[in-house]
Design a protein around this ligand. Structure first.
Ligand code: ADP
Length: 382
């Protein structure tokens, strides 16, 4: 072989070697780039699914979340924040414009100035809201995150609980004071008095009965309110229900010198109800009608079709209820005028309301003072 050929072959061999080496280097780079793209895509999709998850959480959150920039311009607001501040389009507006409460705006300003977390609670009477705001400053971007909690319901429950305890204490004080006075009188000699002794004893029995009734009603109310009473729903005939309640209250109405009537069509649909509990509602209402109607008057039990259910009613020709008191009579312990209510506890209508609402019905009253009252409640068809 000539030298020239040998050199040419060697060169060719070297060239082939170089090309093969380049090919492998390039191939490795392409593979690396492929891997890089794959891992980038993976991170991107993880990020986007995390962002989706965060967006869902923020959407569902009942607390309001606002993000403001260093100038106080809103950059983000979740649906709860829009709802709480009644502002459907807060983006781009200022914290002051959206929050509209001097104290809350001050808390945000303080947090911006000192760069620390601040919290503030305020009652906004115009919006009947009680809000708590927590402001967290963002040290890097200079903006802030505002977390708003609506504590209106919690506050209302606290007030109800406080009122409830004070009402009970107040209601217990009167019969307990009477019992103490009566027993002391007996101790001081009335016990051996053949005329006063039995009289005081029978007054003690009356007071104990009243206390007993109150505890029973309170127990009933708390069990119904807390959902511990399980209603036994069945298909119930409105006519039979009225007849049964009328039967139970017949003697009491006769003794009070009242006429008791039932007005009910035969073709009414059955209702979905716990008959014992609905009878308890009717008996409560008839009991009140009897208590507040003078002898010679009338109590009528009514039932008529009403949309997708039946409307029951108890109408009396009694003393009626003043218009100002009418919206409050279903509250616990509410009595229009204690002097006219006799031994009532003010719990009967509250219990009736809870039972009707547990049947997905509504209860209300119409009344004209001096002419009479009608209590209505609706129960869905079965
Ligand atoms: P109470 O045990 O005191 O009767 P309720 O809750 O049943 O308690 O009733 C609340 C108040 O509503 C009563 O104290 C009474 O002032 C008024 N009221 C209820 N029913 C009648 C009625 N039929 N006629 C007039 N006032 C009524």
């Amino acid at each position: 072989m000539s030298l020239a050929l040998e050199i040419a072959l060697s060169l060719f061999f070297l060239l082939a070697l170089f090309l093969a080496w380049r090919y492998f280097v390039l191939r490795r780079r392409v593979d690396e780039q492929d891997n890089l793209v794959k891992s980038f895509n993976l991170q991107l999709s993880t990020l986007s699914s995390e962002r989706d998850r965060l967006a869902t959480v923020l959407d569902q959150l009942t607390d309001g979340v606002l993000i403001a920039d260093a100038q106080g311009k809103i950059q983000f607001a979740n649906p709860a924040a829009k709802r709480l501040f009644s502002s459907p389009n807060p983006i781009g507006r200022t914290v002051t414009e959206i929050v509209r409460s001097h104290q809350l705006v001050e808390a945000w300003r303080r947090s911006q100035q000192i760069g620390e977390l601040q919290s503030e609670s305020v009652e906004i009477p115009a919006r009947r809201q009680f809000l708590q705001l927590v402001v967290m400053p963002d040290e890097h971007a200079g903006g802030s995150l505002l977390l708003v909690q609506d504590l209106t319901r919690v506050r209302r429950l606290e007030t109800v609980r406080r009122d409830f305890v004070s009402n009970i204490s107040h209601e217990l004080r009167t019969p307990l004071a009477s019992l103490k006075a009566l027993t002391e009188t007996l101790q001081n000699g009335a016990l051996s008095d053949p005329e006063a002794g039995p009289r005081f004893l029978s007054r003690i029995v009356t007071e104990v009965d009243a206390l007993n009734q109150m505890t029973q009603e309170l127990l009933d109310l708390s069990r119904i309110e807390s959902g511990q009473v399980e209603l036994k729903f069945a298909s119930v005939s409105p006519k039979e229900l009225l007849a049964s309640a009328a039967d139970r209250m017949k003697m009491q109405t006769e003794r009070a010198g009242l006429n008791l009537r039932v007005e009910c069509a035969d073709d009414l649909p059955s209702v979905r109800a716990d008959d014992m509990r609905l009878e308890q509602v009717l008996v409560n209402l008839i009991h009140n009608a009897v208590k507040f109607t003078r002898p010679g008057g009338e109590v009528a039990l009514l039932a008529e079709a009403d949309g997708s259910g039946v409307r029951f009613g108890v109408r009396d020709t009694g003393i009626g209820i003043p218009a100002d008191d009418l919206p409050r009579i279903f509250e616990r312990f509410y009595r229009v005028d204690k002097s006219r209510s006799g031994s009532g506890t003010g719990l009967g209508l509250s219990i009736a309301r809870h039972i009707v609402e547990a049947h997905h019905g509504k209860i209300w009253a119409d009344s004209i003072e001096g002419q009479g009252s009608t209590f209505f409640f609706t129960i869905p068809q079965s």
